[in-house]
Ligand binder design. Structure first.
Ligand code: NAD
Ligand code: TYD
Length: 350
């Protein structure tokens, strides 16, 4: 089986690539990535020389390039993760999200459809990795299920909702064997420090303020990235064409409590007196259109395919902090250069 994984140099993609390359030596894994600010080949140094792995630098928005690549390689399956993924960037520059997340996805669907129609390959699976943010925001109660109506609010979630709709349309109209999963917030090693948890780890290490939007009462349902990759493996191999699965950890936390826990873990690991890091917490202007709460009901995935998360939040967060402490070169590299400019733009006026 020859599989194209897109966005495999990013946070979640690199864990998916690693899991597939190591678990399935008989599969050929191609990793297609544009290497935007979020893509980093340093995430994959441990597997870059494996005989069943190849990296391809390219842009999914370039239709001619994608068509030629699929014709040449005759893929049997696609696992599509390439995307612009940060809500705050989508508020600043929505069009880039339409280009990569919508147009890029449709380019991949067209190329996959033409292989599927030929029936030669054969093309077996188009897997779209998506987000629970397509469902909008919950109030104090309730959970997202696979039948919750789409109600995206941010330009990011609107672009992901649109790409989900296109994937379903290609299944319903052309019979493309597509599946979708919608996952809650991930955390773990290799997470780019624009997102809440790695941004605050980096700021604690540098004794910088921890910017909490609004009152810190927004709730997210956190899942360890390796558990997400395990779910993708199971869904890829076992889900019926046309199906959707929600993935989540039953692990809801307010932002302020996540950051308090992180401060406590890092007080201990950095030998700082208890309470030192919490003094860095700073409440800043809220995100526009900030969704109050996300929570995933992952019962279908558990009942149909037997997936459950393997680590608790405390274990996962502890392992994540250790990863950042042991990979200071990675962190220094991604926070030099353009990151400083991004940080100034996002936070200086907040
Ligand atoms: P990321 O931003 O860390 O990585 C995205 C990757 O896509 C990068 O390697 C980047 O170089 C690549 N890319 C971007 N534009 C491209 C283009 N035009 N052509 C080719 N490659 C391109 O994102 P992530 O957090 O790893 O998320 C991966 C996927 O999972 C996304 O589709 C995202 O919507 C989805 N998702 C993320 C989360 C989360 O919590 N991070 C949760 C659920 C779903
Ligand atoms: P983020 O990691 O950007 O993920 P998402 O917006 O996709 O859920 O944000 C997680 C939560 O943390 C979200 O409620 C916004 C909040 N947040 C802050 O309070 N401060 C920050 O600096 C960032 C980046 C996020």
């Amino acid at each position: 089986m020859k599989i194209l994984i897109t966005g495999g140099a990013g946070f979640i993609g690199s864990h998916v690539v690693r899991l597939f390359v190591n678990t399935y030596p008989n599969y050929t894994i191609h990793n297609l990535d544009k290497l935007t600010y979020a893509g980093n080949l340093a995430n994959l140094t441990d597997i870059e020389n494996q005989p069943n792995y190849q990296f391809i630098k390219g842009d999914i928005v370039d239709a001619a390039f994608i068509t030629a690549l699929f014709e040449k390689e005759q893929y049997n399956a696609v696992i599509h993760l390439a995307a612009e993924s940060h809500v705050d960037r989508s508020i600043t520059n929505p069009l880039e999200f339409v280009m990569t997340n919508v147009i890029g996805t449709v380019n991949l669907l067209n190329a996959a459809k033409s292989l599927y129609n030929k029936g030669a390959g054969p093309f077996k699976r188009f897997y779209h990795v998506s987000t629970d943010e397509v469902y909008g925001a919950l109030g104090e109660t309730g959970m997202f299920t696979e039948t919750t109506a789409y109600d995206p609010h941010s330009p990011y979630s609107a672009s992901k909702a649109s790409s989900d709709h296109f994937v379903r349309a290609y299944h319903d109209t052309y019979g493309l064997p597509a599946v979708i999963s919608n996952c809650s917030n991930n955390y773990g090693p290799n997470h780019f420090p624009e997102k809440l948890i790695p941004l605050c780890i980096n700021n604690i290490l540098n004794n910088k303020p921890l910017p909490i939007y609004g009152k810190g009462e927004n709730v997210r349902d956190w899942l360890y990235v390796i558990d997400h990759a395990r779910a993708i493996d199971i869904i890829f191999h076992k889900a019926k064409a046309g199906s959707t699965y929600n993935i989540g950890g039953h692990n809801e936390w307010t932002n302020i409590n996540v950051i308090r826990l992180l401060c406590q873990i890092l007080d201990k690991k950095l030998n700082r007196p208890a309470g030192t890091n919490e003094k860095l917490i700073t409440f800043v202007t809220d995100r526009a259109g900030h969704d109050l709460r996300y929570a995933i009901d992952a019962t279908k995935l558990k009942q149909d395919l037997g997936w459950v998360p393997s680590v608790t939040f405390e274990q996962g967060l502890d392992a994540t902090v250790d990863w950042y402490l042991n990979n200071s070169e990675w962190l220094n590299n991604v926070t030099s250069g353009n990151y400083t400019h991004y940080y100034e733009e996002q936070y200086a006026k907040r």
